[in-house]
Write a protein that binds this ligand. Structure first.
Ligand SMILES: Cc1cc2nc3c(=O)[nH]c(=O)nc-3n(C[C@H](O)[C@H](O)[C@H](O)COP(=O)(O)OP(=O)(O)OC[C@H]3O[C@@H](n4cnc5c(N)ncnc54)[C@H](O)[C@@H]3O)c2cc1C
Length: 471
């Protein structure tokens, strides 16, 4: 099946009344905001950024040393950025999928797969032991082929994954269509180990755990500048400064505080819709009894899943870059992207014609050219950073936090020795070449999806040098 991008009347009507609030944040149990920082303070560890990366960093640091004085600041609200507006797929993959891992770190792939599974198991254990009410369920994921050429690609992916310790199963077209009733499905692979979560509730649960452990949290406190002042690092905020022995920077797709990060990441906007809760009859028409996460196998792919309150969350496809690495709340609403997503939804599930979407939103992804996180140090080792999750950071941000803490410790550990941790992605070129390159790549990926996956000379050249663009 080829997805038609022009929305028809059914698709347009379905998005007529959407709220632009992410469905996860539209929750009466959202915690009230903490106060901004108003006066100068000092601490042992300053964590900048209150998404998953920052929250896990603060929590795991406290767990390792309960007496450590930790401050966490966020420019806005906890979980307001990517961590509260994503699809809630919690993957065990640290490498943005097995194929990317095999291409980039073949000699340590077994280790990365093992560490990824351990990370997800530990995350699940933490959720349970902290009593975080976030609907964390290991429901599994189907990756579906909707075009013939994707079948062999998925077979190769399954073989590769199983050779390195995953347990992925192949499903014939008949089998997957019996599970989830969409005539667009030709084949699938099933990964039983992927979890689904309500991501905002996970972040708020981590926030509460941090507060209970004694982490001081200040929202609406953007850090404007970081400076090395001898044995400490000084963070300037709007009204006050923070002097810290160590700093962990977890600012994801936002303008980097450290110049050395800037060339490696570009913010890319990804869009999501959520339906009204479906009726029992509508769910019965779909099958989908295991309530798994699903994604399709195109370059421009969709990801979708049931929510705990009976909606379908449907996202992906467009990955929109704004010139000069623009990040702006205005970019979180894109009616053309919502229209395309709505059209593709009804092409996949025509039986749901008449269903309304209640929510439609966007969020910035920190894309890097290797699609998987990278780390680094600054200020003579007093500061560490992580970024570059490229749309797969809900699970791996816990691992990202562990690596940052290992880097700050100065010790040599299993994690600091990984080639994945020691190396950086290829940098993106400066503007205007950055915009030109990304736009040409996006067009080429779209064209490949329309032509049996055939990659043009431009994409093949990028593949050869290891420079990619994805979400
Ligand atoms: C629409 C969408 C769908 C996605 N779907 C999935 C999915 O299903 N599965 C998956 O694994 N991943 C998904 N992702 C990616 C995932 O959400 C992210 O990788 C993950 O949440 C990153 O967490 P983080 O803490 O690094 O970043 P964020 O959650 O973005 O947090 C960074 C925080 O830093 C703060 N900040 C920035 N600059 C400053 C500053 N100067 N001073 C103070 N604070 C600052 C920001 O306010 C923000 O709160 C998706 C992302 C998006 C946008």
């Amino acid at each position: 099946m080829f997805f038609t991008d022009t929305p028809g009347p059914v698709a347009i009507n379905a998005i007529r009344d959407i709220s632009h609030m992410p469905v996860w944040l539209d929750d009466p149990d959202r915690p009230s905001a903490t106060s901004p920082l108003e006066s100068d303070i000092s601490c042992a560890l300053l964590v900048i950024g209150g998404g998953f990366s920052g929250l896990w960093t603060a929590l795991l640091a406290k767990r390792a040393k309960p007496s450590l004085d930790i401050v966490l600041v966020d420019a806005g609200r906890i979980a307001d950025a990517a961590s509260g507006r994503n699809g809630g797929f919690v993957s065990h993959s640290l490498t943005h999928g097995i194929r990317n891992g095999a291409d980039r770190w073949p000699s340590e792939l077994d280790q990365l797969v093992r560490l990824g599974h351990e990370n997800l198991e530990d995350l699940g254990r933490d959720v349970a032991s902290l009593g975080i009410d976030c609907d964390f369920t290991v429901a599994g994921e189907f990756v579906v082929a909707v075009q013939d050429h994707q079948i062999d690609e998925l077979r190769d992916t399954a073989r590769l994954a199983n050779a390195h310790g995953d347990t992925v199963q192949e499903m014939s077209g008949e089998h997957i269509r019996a599970e989830v009733h969409s005539q667009s499905y030709l084949f699938a692979i099933a990964d039983p180990d992927v979890a689904l979560v309500n991501p905002a509730r996970l972040a708020w649960g981590l926030l509460e755990a941090c507060q209970e452990a004694g982490v001081r949290i200040f929202e609406h406190t953007p850090v404007l500048d970081l400076a090395d002042v001898g044995k400490r690092v000084m963070a300037a905020t709007e009204h006050a400064s923070i002097t810290a022995r160590q700093v962990a920077v977890a600012t994801n797709a936002f303008p980097p505080l450290l110049r050395k990060m800037a060339k490696y990441i570009v913010p890319v906007y990804d869009y999501v819709l959520a339906t009204e809760p479906l009726t029992t009859a509508q769910w019965d028409s779909l099958g989908w009894n295991g309530r798994q996460g699903i994604s399709d196998a195109g370059n421009q792919f969709h990801y979708y899943r049931p929510t705990p309150d009976g909606r379908i969350l449907w996202g992906g496809y467009d990955a929109v870059y704004h010139r000069n690495s623009g990040v702006d709340p205005e970019f979180e609403v894109d009616h053309e992207a919502f229209g395309r997503l709505s059209e593709h939804f009804f092409q996949t599930f025509p039986a749901l014609e008449g269903t309304q979407f209640s929510h439609g939103w966007g969020g910035a992804i920190d894309t890097c050219s290797r699609f998987a996180p990278f780390w680094g140090r600054a200020h003579g080792g007093k500061t560490a950073f992580v970024a570059g999750y490229t749309g797969l950071g809900v699970g791996s941000s816990r691992f990202g936090a562990r690596v940052m803490l290992d880097l700050l410790s100065g010790d040599t550990t299993e994690l600091t020795e990984l080639a994945m941790v020691r190396t950086k992605p290829l940098p993106f070129p400066p503007e205007p070449f950055r915009s030109m390159g990304i736009n040409w790549t996006t067009k080429s990926l779209h064209s490949a999806d329309l032509h049996d996956g055939r990659r043009n000379l431009w994409l093949r050249t990028l593949d050869r040098v290891g420079l990619g663009f994805d979400s």
